[in-house]
Design a protein around this ligand. Structure first.
Ligand SMILES: Cc1ncc(C[n+]2csc(CCOP(=O)(O)OP(=O)(O)O)c2C)c(N)n1
Ligand SMILES: [Mg+2]
Length: 877
């Protein structure tokens, strides 16, 4: 704030606005101020006060909704939750197992959760529950509440972070490990915020389409102030503002610290976030000071205390909690002698106890009350708290994040602060404390949750079983395309288009794109099903006179999320878990440039695996040489390697339209009819070619990962390939024929699945030496004859390498290791040595090594194939 050059003039202005407020109300005053700001702006000034307000509570005391419950009872309950949360972590770390856990995060957030649980979070008994993204490091606090509520036992708590032998409590929220408890995986910082925003977006989408009404259901996202530095945390806040997601509430626990130290030692994270969120169109509710400050602030007639508050740095605020009342008096209030005077009657102890807003149930209640009742915009609550609240000398120290063990003195200080009924004799055991079922505390706790619809967290682990769609959507593609040339991307879009019209499941199909529909030939869907827009379409689209015009509508089906792979993926994730969160299975198809898939958003995909997502990811325009003109940053030759790292992701690289159809049909069956816990990644390409008819009866083999497409009575070599490159293997077969070398060709729809099958069989045989040895699927296909195998794909070699252990003959693998580049497909396939000539070269070499052909024949083939030993190696070029 610049220096006040004329305080008398300033006060005249202030008096003037005060009298408007008094006589005509706050709205009129705001109107005048807006007019004045406009005037100023005309002169070139950019008013700064639009985005941030003074460092104080946004809700004035007179406007605070009052908390209806029993403050003292709730404090007793909260204290027990605090104690048990601490006990969970301390007990887990009493031995040498290094189990870890966190104390200080929850201790700063306990009131923020408690007010939610006591008054706002709705449960799942007979209704759709609120969707809550808990801050991952608060998990002990959430378990501690479930323990008091009677849903977890002492034994469960003692199994915190022990999940190998017993179904213990997962370290953080992990639906995979606690499928009936946690709904969302959140601990990887930043994922909760972006997933939560898109969850609220999808909640409105589902409602707008008349699928699942949203009524006053909310999405709550709890996150850390340090966590807000993740690009994902703030990356989608503009969408929430623009879409007016009034069903979304962010609660940011501003304890001013992250893991290593202060979040903004030299500034104010609350003010910074206020500006960002307000700029994005959110309601911002700052909960800075607790009620003990109210009488002090009431005495600040000249705003001098406010000036000190406005200038205080987070680094200083941290010190005030770690160094106590006397320090605060000297370094905060004493900045102005008049302000020092205001607190002269307070002892140091009193000053220390001046509470922060986030620890004051009344203030937090008022904020939540306002948030849940706000219309037309999302709300963010910025709550000032203290990290490690209540743990004695470890509160607000720079190392408090990692506290897992506490000195006896600290434990006693905690017990005393929160009046926990544990004696000195017993305290070293750190016993859990739970009053009897019929105690007033437990009765109160149960009553509050019953009135809100039952306990949470709870995850719906069962879902409606869907019927299979009409087979025609798929069987059309079994027939091949005759002479018509299409791409597998086009085939996929056809299937999606047909499925959208399906009587049984059509309404559940959601095509999602990140501004790439035209790339994938999906623009017909714009008009056919419409693009979802919460505002509808309030303008005439430029192409209104065209057949495929850009139609936005309130009940549009397609999600056109703009250029945000993380956002589009988060929307997919919300739909892919709708079977659980909405009790209404959805079948989302997210189509994206395969290069900007896993590589860009792998952590979200990993979280989707944890969340048990079900749906289809389509890596369109895939293949390092198949998407040819786009160059190094676009041409993907490794997404299958990346997708293979996610245990429940089934991935396929089909070559032909009928394979795509078989895979999608099977996917719908597995995920939505058989209720298996998978999601699908399918790469498709933009290369147009003719597609053959499906060989009858090959469905099962296609699904398993490999089927024979070209047979030979007496093959000398087996050529295997996938995606668009399979056609190079087919060409190679014809070339080899010229040298009297017979071959057979196999389409490998999934090297990843072949590897999984191989691992399973290998393990089974090792564990069961007394039983008959099983053969892996690859071994079954390639009987034990020593026919060399040559693989070629549009992916790096490690993709096809995976099946080497299950091949009993020689195995040569070609692939696209190295950076991509732009050129014609033909040139690129030569460059990466995956084309027919190179497949012939590799085959000839294998046959030469096996003694099937001699050196003369080899030299001839090499000469014909143009093999050049001096050609630079493509992965270093
Ligand atoms: C993506 C990611 N990076 C790093 C971490 C490790 N980590 C866990 S907690 C933490 C600090 C969290 O600080 P803040 O968000 O302020 O939460 P607080 O504990 O202070 O409430 C870090 C860096 C993580 N969990 N996720
Ligand atoms: Mg923090």
């Amino acid at each position: 704030m610049p220096k006040d050059l004329d305080p008398i003039e300033t006060s005249e202005w202030l008096d003037a606005i005060s009298s408007v407020i008094e006589e005509e109300g706050i709205e009129r005053a705001s109107f005048i101020m807006t007019k004045l700001a406009k005037k100023l702006n005309e002169e070139g000034a950019i008013p700064s006060y639009n985005l941030t307000t003074p460092f104080r509570n946004s809700i004035p005391v007179k406007d605070q909704a009052s908390m209806p419950g029993d403050l003292f009872m709730e404090r007793r309950i909260r204290s027990l939750i605090r104690w048990n949360a601490l006990a969970i972590v301390l007990r887990a770390n009493k031995n040498d197992d290094d189990l870890g856990g966190h104390i200080s995060t929850f201790s700063s957030a306990a009131t923020l959760y408690d007010i939610g649980f006591n008054y706002f979070f709705r449960g799942s008994n007979g209704q759709l529950e609120d969707l809550i993204y808990y801050q991952g490091h608060c998990s002990p606090g959430i378990y501690a509440r479930s323990f008091l509520e009677g849903y977890l036992s002492e034994e469960d708590l003692d199994n915190f972070r022990r999940e190998v032998e017993k179904p213990g409590l997962s370290s953080y929220p992990h639906p995979w490990l606690m499928p009936e408890y946690w709904q969302f995986p959140t601990v990887s910082m930043g994922l909760g915020p972006i997933l939560g925003i898109y969850q609220a977006h999808i909640m409105r989408y589902m409602s707008a389409r008349g699928l699942v009404p949203r009524d006053d259901r909310k999405v709550w996202v709890f996150c850390g102030d340090g966590e807000m530095d993740e690009p994902e945390s703030k990356g989608a806040i503009a969408l929430a503002g623009r879409e007016q997601l009034e069903n979304l509430i962010f609660v940011i626990n501003c304890n001013l610290q992250r893991l290593d130290g202060p979040v903004r030692g030299n500034g104010s994270i609350i003010q910074e976030l206020e500006g960002s969120f307000r700029g994005a169109g959110w309601n911002v509710i700052k909960v800075v000071w607790g009620r003990h400050w109210d009488p002090i602030m009431a005495k600040d007639k000249e705003g001098k205390l406010q000036d000190i508050m406005d200038a205080v740095l987070d680094g200083e605020l941290q010190n005030f909690k770690s160094k106590g009342g006397a320090y605060t008096r000297e370094n905060f209030f004493a900045k102005d002698p008049d302000v020092l005077e205001i607190v002269k009657d307070l002892t140091d102890e009193h000053i220390y106890k001046l509470n922060r807003g986030g620890h004051d149930p009344y203030k937090v209640y008022a904020a939540y009350h306002k948030a849940v009742n706000s219309k037309g915009a999302p709300t963010v609550i910025l709550a000032l708290t203290s990290k490690g609240y209540g743990i004695g000398s470890r509160e607000a120290d720079n190392t408090t994040h990692q506290v897992k063990k506490l000195s006896l003195d600290n434990i006693k200080a905690f017990r005393d602060k929160f009046n926990i009924p544990v004696t000195d004799d017993d305290i070293e055991n750190i016993p859990y404390v739970r009053p009897a079922d019929d105690s007033p505390e437990i009765q109160y706790l149960k009553k509050t949750r019953d009135s809100l619809g039952g306990p949470i967290p709870r995850r719906r682990n069962i879902s409606e079983i869907l019927s299979l769609p009409d087979d025609k959507s798929f069987s059309k593609l079994y027939e091949g395309t005759d002479e018509r040339k299409i791409s597998t991307t086009m085939a996929t879009v056809r299937i999606i288009t047909d499925l959208l019209k399906d009587k049984e499941i059509g309404k559940r199909i959601v095509p999602i794109v990140p501004d790439e529909a035209r790339t994938f030939g999906m623009e017909a869907l714009f008009r056919q099903v419409g693009i979802y827009s919460s505002a509808g379409q309030n303008y005439e689209p430029e192409d209104a006179d065209k057949v495929m015009w850009y139609k936005e509508s309130k009940d549009g089906v397609m999600l056109e999320e703009g250029i945000t792979e993380a956002g589009a993926f988060s929307a997919w994730s919300a739909l892919a878990t709708a079977y659980s969160t909405y009790d209404f299975p959805m079948i989302p198809f997210y189509l994206f440039y395969s290069m900007f898939g896993f590589q860009r958003i792998h952590d979200l995909a990993w979280a989707a695996g944890d969340a048990q997502a079900k749906g289809f990811l389509i890596g369109a325009t895939s293949g390092r040489t198949t998407l040819n003109g786009e160059g190094l940053q676009h041409q993907d030759g490794h997404s299958h390697v990346l997708s293979s790292t996610i245990p429940n992701c089934l991935s396929y690289d089909p070559a032909f339209a009928y394979e795509v159809a078989v895979i999608i049909k099977d996917g719908i069956k597995k995920m939505y009819v058989d209720q298996e816990n998978y999601f699908y990644y399918i790469t498709t390409t933009n290369e147009n070619y003719e597609h053959p008819k499906m060989i009858e009866g090959s469905e099962e083999a296609i699904i398993k990962g490999m089927h024979k497409i070209e047979s030979s009575k007496n093959p000398a070599v087996r050529l295997i390939g996938s995606g668009a490159i399979l056609r190079e293997s087919i060409k190679a077969k014809d070339i080899l024929k010229n040298y009297n070398i017979d071959s057979e060709v196999w389409s490998v729809t999934s090297f990843n699945l072949l590897r999984k099958d191989g691992m399973e069989v290998e393990r089974f045989n090792q564990l069961n030496p007394d039983l008959d040895e099983k053969l892996s699927y690859v071994e079954q296909c390639f009987d034990r004859k020593s026919i060399p195998v040559v693989a070629s794909t549009d992916y790096m070699r490690s993709y096809a390498e995976q099946i080497r252990p299950y091949i009993n003959s020689s195995y040569a693998v070609l692939g696209t290791d190295g950076f991509g580049r732009s050129d014609s497909r033909e040139m690129l396939r030569g460059f990466f040595e995956i084309n027919a000539n190179n497949i012939v070269r590799a085959s000839a070499y294998s046959l030469f090594k096996e003694g099937v052909i001699d050196k003369v024949q080899l030299d001839k083939i090499y000469l014909d194939m143009g093999v050049d030993p001096s050609k630079p190696n493509p992965w270093e070029a």
